[in-house]
Design a protein. Structure first.
Ligand SMILES: Nc1ncnc2c1ncn2[C@@H]1O[C@H](COP(=O)(O)OP(=O)(O)O)[C@@H](O)[C@H]1O
Ligand SMILES: [Mg+2]
Length: 291
């Protein structure tokens, strides 16, 4: 009982800490990515967002998968505008934000994130001023990116403070995740990299995959990747996608929902990278990388 009470106190304190961070230091900017496609990034991002939101945090998802933007499809919402409308000054940032389940906000990147990289410095700074308003509405900003090591994804990863890499236990996904992390580490140092194993057939397989992967990265890349958690393979995910209602909302008692819950606590517990400075720093980094 005592243990439970102190655990609860810790949880409340964590929420307070994360909240307290918002006005002074800005939101936690997190990039969700993978080496291989189809490993579950979008489902992970959407459901983590809802789960964080249920714990009292304000969450914004930026759908930055230029090829297969589908956060809106999984959430069952239809965006009218995206980031490229904001950049072209056609709408304000608030109009481009739409609300999904549990108050989670979403901005569809469209080609907007790419456009950002092609603006002149003067244009960029007016746009960035607008975009910084996003920080007023979010404690956590999650970028759902595409897969692989394309220059644009690397720029996004490079600009974010935290990276969550998703892999499945399949050797091909693991090899691609390793290649991605290797490239990320040669492009930028001091980044916090966390690993999620998705579609594992058992808890043992999940742990085994995480431990082996972390071991190889430690040995060859001299870097610690943090194990954020796992999601077991669960037919609920596909069912929720078909319903266009994220599983955390539509199947709250399912195995994957419990897995996401555990990941959520771990995420809230973990401290962001030391130099974390929110969106302002993110855009600063993005500008430097665009040059
Ligand atoms: N834990 C899981 N169990 C079963 N199927 C899953 C799981 N996670 C994702 N999927 C399925 O994998 C496919 C790809 O998921 P998605 O989130 O779109 O991946 P990505 O964004 O990485 O391309 C979808 O068909 C989804 O239903
Ligand atoms: Mg996706």
């Amino acid at each position: 009982m005592n243990d439970q009470a102190s655990a609860l106190r810790q949880i409340v304190q964590n929420i307070k800490n994360q909240r307290a961070r918002a006005p002074s230091e800005g939101a936690r900017v997190v990039c969700v990515t993978s080496g291989k496609g189809g490993v579950g990034k979008t489902n992970f991002t959407v459901n983590l967002a809802i789960s964080l939101s249920k714990k009292g945090l304000r969450v914004l998802i930026i759908d930055a998968d230029f090829g297969l933007a589908n956060v809106d499809v999984i959430m069952g919402v239809t965006p009218q505008y995206d980031l490229s409308h904001v950049i072209r000054h056609e709408v304000g940032i608030k109009e481009a934000m739409f609300e999904g389940p549990n108050g989670v906000r979403i901005i569809s990147g469209g080609s907007g994130v790419l456009d950002l990289l092609n603006l002149s410095e003067a244009q960029l700074s007016t746009v960035v001023d607008k975009l910084l308003c996003m920080e007023d509405v979010a404690d956590v900003i999650l970028f759902d990116t595409g897969a692989g090591v394309s220059p644009n994804i690397l720029r996004l990863i490079g600009a974010s403070e935290e990276v969550i890499v998703i892999t499945t236990p399949e050797p091909t996904a693991i090899m691609d995740a390793y290649a991605l992390i290797k490239t990320v580490l040669t492009n930028s140092t001091g980044k916090k990299i966390r690993l999620v194993v998705n579609k594992a057939e058992s808890i043992a397989e999940a742990h085994d995959t995480m431990a082996k992967f972390a071991g190889v990265v430690r040995l060859y890349l001299k870097t610690e990747v943090e194990e954020l958690g796992y999601m077991l393979s669960d037919p609920t995910v596909a069912r929720a996608v078909r319903l266009q209602r994220p599983f955390v909302a539509s199947f709250p008692k399912s195995q994957v929902t419990r897995d996401i819950e555990a990941i959520t606590w771990k995420f809230m517990d973990s401290q962001p990278a030391e130099e974390a400075k929110g969106l302002r720093r993110f855009f600063g980094n993005l500008m430097n990388r665009a040059k």
